[in-house]
Design a protein around this ligand. Structure first.
Ligand SMILES: [Zn+2]
Length: 334
């Protein structure tokens, strides 16, 4: 029979270490909330538009409201979760739980997001960068399960990075480690959002794939995608490639090569056991994975390459939520 505890008056209190935690994956467009147990299973999930332009206080209020709805749907009250982990894009001040700067959340600067949510929800919270927590999820219950070191690369508007060393997120000296998308791979390459030139993400992100295909088509290359260049997505490119479109196939091949160059650099520096890619372009499967692997093999020192596993995410859309909750569980354990 199910134990129906009604509240704090219950004589047999549940062990707080075994309570599930909430994971909040705050994105520039949508925010995902999930109730995550200690096996890494998402028991309840909910999605809401972020609307960052309304300001942090409003957004935090709506997130807490949605979190309570998520708990209610699972038949739980706020006191029946240990707390909430929040994953957020941008630069995070880990000590004070502050979103220092987030290009995808316009106007958000020095936002005390951890305390805004903790105060409103009445539960303790943790805050970390979204790619860092996604890497933690892949390490915990995803593609890197059982490995001691892992690097996650998320392919989207840019390339996000998360580094796990000896089972823990590597934050670096100032909490800014893992900005892998801004590693230079061509000193004279196209300008990046960050102001530098030739960053990894101007070559390997979903945005970059689309940009390169558009440029080639406008210069006269034949493609079945020429009628919809304006609204083109990485998914369109993959679908066209499946149907044999030469330009789309070439695009995936080139993207794989560029991504492979960056992975090779990472292997030379960190020699991790697993490299995991996530994001829309991974839908292309082997058409993208093969050229990545070939490029990595051709340009990496044997000792740094040996035994590395290069693969795609198994958690896809849930990684942010699972990782945020896991980050809280690890923090709460101390
Ligand atoms: Zn850059």
């Amino acid at each position: 029979m199910k134990d129906e505890r009604k509240g704090p008056s219950s004589s047999s209190k549940p062990d707080p270490d075994n309570l599930p935690a909430l994971g909040v994956d705050l994105g520039g467009t949508n925010t995902k909330i999930g109730l995550v147990d200690h096996q890494g299973q998402v028991r309840q999930r909910l999605r809401l538009p972020t609307r960052p332009e309304e300001g942090p206080r409003q957004v935090a209020g709506r997130i807490c409201q949605a979190a309570r709805e998520c708990l209610a749907a699972a038949g739980l009250g706020p006191e029946q979760v240990s707390g909430a982990g929040i994953g957020c894009p941008g630069t995070i001040d880990l000590e004070d739980g502050i979103v220092a700067f987030a290009p995808n959340l316009p106007g958000w600067r020095d936002v005390p997001l951890r305390s805004l949510i903790a105060d409103e929800l009445g539960r303790p919270c943790s805050l970390d960068n979204d790619a860092n927590v996604a890497a933690l999820a892949e390490h915990w219950v995803g593609a890197g399960r059982g490995a001691s070191s892992l690097v996650l690369l998320t392919l989207g508007t840019g390339i996000g990075g998360g580094i796990i060393l000896d089972g823990r997120i590597w934050h670096g000296a100032t909490g800014a480690a893992g900005e892998i998308g801004h590693m230079s791979i061509n000193p004279d390459g196209p300008r990046c959002q960050c102001g530098n030139r030739g960053c990894y993400e101007v070559y390997g992100s979903a945005t970059a794939m689309v940009r390169r295909l558009r440029e080639a088509a406008r210069q006269g290359a034949q493609t079945t995608l020429s009628s919809r260049l304006e609204e083109l997505t990485a998914e369109d490119i993959y679908k066209a490639a499946v149907e044999g479109d030469t330009l789309a196939l070439q695009n995936l091949e080139d993207t794989g090569r560029y991504l492979g160059v960056g992975v090779s650099n990472i292997l030379h520096i960190l020699n991790p056991e697993v490299i995991v890619f996530s994001g829309g372009p991974t839908a292309a499967g082997d058409m993208l994975l093969q050229p990545i692997r070939e490029e990595v093999r051709s340009r990496t020192l044997q000792a740094c390459y040996e035994g590395v596993r290069i693969c795609f995410s198994r958690l896809s859309d849930d990684a942010g939520v699972i990782g945020a909750a896991r980050r809280f569980m690890v923090t709460a354990r101390g």
